[in-house]
Design a protein around this ligand. Structure first.
Ligand code: GUN
Length: 266
């Protein structure tokens, strides 16, 4: 199944499950930036919520908000019995300490999966693993290469792929890895997760295993004004996820699934 078909199927499952609930699960999205990419992600999340029957509320705060005011807002939502889960959309303005914010969202409502004691898997890695499992990818003993060490994708992805149940051999490379080593790891990888945020991280000049799978997490605005992934299109591998219409959709469905789980656990 391609990602669009898969996401439509998962949404339908969620919609049926939610329809049986005593009340719709409630999601709150706090947005405190005027970043156009963020605005587009948030629109996507609200659209998905609407389609599956989640009650979603967007709280837009002024980007000049102080840390104290944001802390107060988060505390209010933590204590709101009607809210099952909430997220604070990243990036946050410079005057705000992002790490502090991640610690403030109570683990029971942390449907982004960002708190160290969170009850949930981070949405992007969860979405990728769920999709590949559905496609029959067996992670056990496979060489997984993660390119990029971000807190939001690279690091949690490495942890999930290492855990029991996945049991992959995990390598993480990053901006300080030599070009020679990068080419070596790519040539040996069964699964490549490209999560740098730069066009051309993977291109036709590398040697790939012909059965390799490339998951492209990058969403980059090119000079042509269009969206591009980190990987150049149509590389000689078995499966390569598209951009747009790829991992972004998987992240969104994971958020909805985490929210439904949050309500069920209440
Ligand atoms: N910004 C980019 N991706 C995400 C995400 O998954 N969650 C939040 N909160 N912010 C983001």
């Amino acid at each position: 199944m391609d990602i669009k078909e898969y996401v439509a199927y998962r949404k339908e499952e969620l919609r049926k499950e939610i329809a049986m609930m005593d009340r719709p699960p409630k999601l709150v999205i706090i947005k405190a930036n005027d970043n156009p990419a963020s605005a587009s992600y948030v629109r996507g999340k609200l659209k998905d919520a609407d389609e599956v029957g989640i009650d979603a509320e967007l709280i837009e705060l002024d980007p000049s908000i102080s840390q104290k005011e944001l802390d107060k807002k988060i505390e209010e939502i933590n204590n709101d019995k009607d809210v099952d889960g909430f997220i604070v959309q990243l990036p946050l303005p410079n005057q705000i300490d992002e790490e502090k914010v991640k610690l403030e969202v109570i683990p029971e409502k942390d449907v982004d999966g960002f708190h160290p004691c969170t009850k949930f898997l981070p949405c992007t890695p969860k979405g990728i693993v769920d999709y590949l499992r559905h496609e029959g990818f067996d992670f056990k003993g496979k060489n997984a290469l993660i390119i990029g060490r971000s807190n939001i994708v690279g690091k949690p992805m490495a942890r999930i792929l290492l855990e029991k149940g996945c049991d992959a051999n995990v390598t993480v490379i990053h901006s300080r890895t030599s070009e020679e080593d990068k080419a070596f790891y790519i040539a040996h990888a069964d699964l490549i997760i490209a999560a740098v945020g730069k066009i051309g991280v993977l291109d036709g000049h590398y040697a790939y295993k012909k059965d390799a799978v490339i998951v492209d997490v990058g969403i980059n605005r090119g000079e042509d004004g269009k969206l591009h992934g980190d990987a150049m299109p149509s590389l000689p591998v078995k499966l390569q996820t598209p951009v747009p219409g790829g991992v972004g959709l998987l992240t969104r469905i994971s958020l909805m699934e985490n929210l439904v789980e949050a309500k069920k656990r209440k």
